[in-house]
Design a protein around this ligand. Structure first.
Ligand code: UD1
Length: 363
């Protein structure tokens, strides 16, 4: 198969695409893949490291208010459309797949205009801007949450789960906590605010260091690449005990996640697919800044099943953070029960399902 794939901006759109590519290469070693990303997103660092051909487009999103930059957005979109068509003519894909982010809007739309089979994957329970636009033009729509089906044309939409779930569930981890300076035999709480880190979570965690210092469990706190320096400045000369390690980014999350006892984090759809694939209990702090508050909806699907706890960003303080973290980390039975509930929700064959949909539309 010749697969052209595009997903950009944040990890939540990129990692499902990488998981799909991994599944394609596993089942079809002769497959040829071209990934098209944006010049500004995380994909330009992440994708080439995975030995995947990568091409870039310059593109940006619409501002919600009337703004001059929206004129530039339209110009960049038209330019990207033109470049995408050129790339498609050269690469000659059998199918073009979009996993979200503005860049996928141009690439998938260009392909649909040229009569190439197209599909999108929507990770969230609420459809995003780009996928809403593309849904009218593509042949198939794969969704990560059953709740999303009703927001798309019924006849071409199918529930598949999120390909990243299968990737993390199948990996044989050789990760050791000693690799990051922690102990192997102490339960570890992983704290991170999605693929880019979250300002409020970082602030409250830095204010909680004194309290985490005293815990019997360990904490790995991941700040997001661009936020690390600020966090270290905020921490200043506070004492950090051996049970806490701070990192800017984890490059190989699938290898680490199976060894994590619990997670405190945002409720991005791809993170939740990983959490449920592996059965990890979590404390979720949904981002209030995303389209249609979709992270709250994502989070509540786990909370309803007693697989996660939720703290709204407005209620997040060192006290609520520590109370919720302790609730999970200090009670092994509770943790195991939540882990099982979380595992029940996992969709561990999602990459196969998405690939099957892509194959079904190839000419
Ligand atoms: C602010 C924003 O727009 N967030 C959206 C974005 O989130 P975001 O990009 O944060 O996506 P998710 O939380 O869903 O996924 C994050 C991904 O990055 C990985 N990771 C994270 C940290 C790290 O150090 N290393 C690492 O590899 C995680 O393992 C996961 O695979 O896309 C998601 C999926 O469409 C949406 O649900 C989110 O609402």
């Amino acid at each position: 198969m010749r697969l052209m794939i595009s997903g950009g901006g944040t990890g939540g759109h990129i990692y499902p695409a990488l998981a799909l590519i991994e599944e394609l290469r596993r089942t079809d070693p002769d497959a040829d893949v071209l990934y098209v990303g944006s010049t500004r997103g995380l994909e330009k660092d992440i994708v080439p490291k995975n030995n995947i051909k990568f091409k870039e487009l310059k593109i940006q999103g619409f501002k919600r208010s009337l703004s001059f930059s929206n004129i530039k957005t339209v110009a960049l979109f038209l330019q990207s459309l033109h470049k995408s068509k050129k790339m498609i003519k050269e690469f000659k894909p059998d199918v073009v797949v979009g996993t979200g982010g503005y860049v996928s809007g141009a690439v998938v739309y260009a392909a649909s205009q040229m009569g190439i089979p197209t599909m999108i994957h929507e990770q969230n329970s609420m459809v995003g801007l780009t996928n809403r636009f593309l849904s009218k033009h593509v042949d198939k729509i794969a969704v990560g949450f059953e709740d999303a089906i009703s927001q798309f044309p019924k006849e071409k939409t199918i529930y598949t789960g999120n390909p990243r779930a299968q990737q993390v569930a199948n990996l044989k981890s050789d990760f050791e906590w000693q690799d990051v300076g922690l102990k192997n035999d102490v339960p570890t709480l992983l704290i991170f605010g999605g693929s880019q880190g979250a300002l409020k979570i970082n602030k409250v965690v830095t204010e909680s260091i004194r309290l985490f210092n005293k815990k019997d469990y360990q904490v790995l706190f991941v700040t997001g690449k661009k936020r690390y320096a600020d966090v270290m400045k905020q921490i200043g000369d506070q004492k950090i005990n051996d049970n806490i390690v701070i990192k800017d980014y984890i490059s190989d999350m699938p290898n680490m996640l199976p060894k994590v006892a619990a997670i405190v984090g945002r409720a991005g759809a791809t993170s939740l697919a990983e959490i449920t694939a592996l059965g990890i209990p979590s404390v979720l702090i949904p981002s209030p800044y995303v389209t249609a508050d979709h992270q709250t909806k994502n989070a509540l699907s786990l909370v309803k099943n007693d697989a996660a706890l939720i703290i709204t960003e407005a209620d997040l303080t060192p006290e609520t953070l520590i109370d919720n973290a302790d609730f999970i980390m200090n009670d092994k039975d509770k943790r195991e029960k939540m882990a099982e509930n979380s595992r029940q929700m996992g969709c561990r064959d999602a990459a196969t399902r998405v690939l099957d949909v892509a194959k079904s539309i190839c000419k």
